[in-house]
Ligand binder design. Structure first.
Ligand code: MG
Length: 275
């Protein structure tokens, strides 16, 4: 009997304390009352303020028209290459891009250097498609090598890793030298493949990195990098060495690497993300 009484008292105290919290939560500054009746009104907190659960006053997200065909851009994306020309791209010195456009794709030209977007980006969602050469030449890092560089700095490796052994942190879909992909989901040489990359840029305070970059990558629709925190830079510094973070601007170009192999790219689009 005493235990039952104690339970009732404790329940009452807890309920009173919870009620106080709800009272505070209800006081949204200047906000309308939620169009809710009956039952307990619960409030959530987000970056824009406080909104009731199922609150119809809460702003709806923007409407985006999805692609008309798989691989094509949604309505709010910036199209960086639609198969027509390289007007959105430069060479590494800011001059005209020296890669060639054939059919609906661009192709790397040996010794021409990388191509870079004219526009600069920070955190983003990037889609592109690539094909390694159908004619297989070389081995390991010498076979179908290119790369997608976020902020002209952080490389998602592109390599012909179909039946081609190399060091795992440098195979296709690796964050070069930093993170091995979860699986090898490479298509055969010459076949079109896709990358969907969600990238959040690093933040710096002076020379010090205060928030490291993160990558989520899908290759051919399969998760290969799962919200990976990039531990440092991806620049090659020797057979067993890799670069560190070095402070840089908030926005920089996307670049595609010329590693001497005729890689092909098409359907490149990007959506800028909040940091
Ligand atoms: Mg590469």
């Amino acid at each position: 009997m005493q235990r039952v009484l104690l339970t009732v008292i404790l329940t009452g105290i807890t309920g009173w304390a919870t009620g106080c919290g709800s009272e505070q939560a209800v006081r949204r500054s200047g906000a309308e009352k939620p169009l809710m009746t009956g039952g307990e009104t619960r409030f959530l907190e987000d970056s824009s303020g406080r909104w009731a659960v199922h609150d119809v006053n809460r702003p709806a997200p923007p409407v985006v028209t999805p692609f008309a065909q798989a691989g094509k851009a949604p309505s709010d994306a910036i199209v960086l290459f639609d198969g027509t020309d390289l007007s959105q791209w430069t060479d590494q010195h800011g001059g005209p891009a020296k890669w060639v456009v054939k059919a609906d794709y661009m192709e790397a030209v040996r010794d021409s250097g990388p191509v870079k977007t004219k526009q600069r980006f920070g955190s983003c969602q990037l889609h592109l498609e690539f094909a390694t050469p159908s004619q297989v030449k070389g081995r390991s890092q010498g076979r179908g090598n290119s790369g997608v560089f976020l902020q002209d700095t952080y490389e998602v490796q592109v390599l012909d890793s179909y039946d081609n052994a190399t060091y795992p942190d440098g195979q296709c879909a690796a964050l070069y030298g930093r993170s091995v992909p979860l699986v090898n989901v490479c298509a055969k040489p010459g076949e079109w493949q896709s990358y969907d990359i969600i990238f959040h840029r690093p933040l710096f305070d002076g020379d010090r990195v205060t928030r490291k970059a993160t990558f989520t990558v899908l290759q051919n629709g399969v998760l290969v990098q799962d919200h990976v925190v990039l531990s440092g830079g991806t620049g090659w510094r020797g057979s067993n060495a890799i670069s560190n973070y070095e402070a840089h601007e908030d926005k920089l170009p996307i670049s595609l690497q010329d590693h001497g192999n005729p890689l092909r790219y098409r359907n490149i689009w990007i959506r800028e993300l909040e940091d």
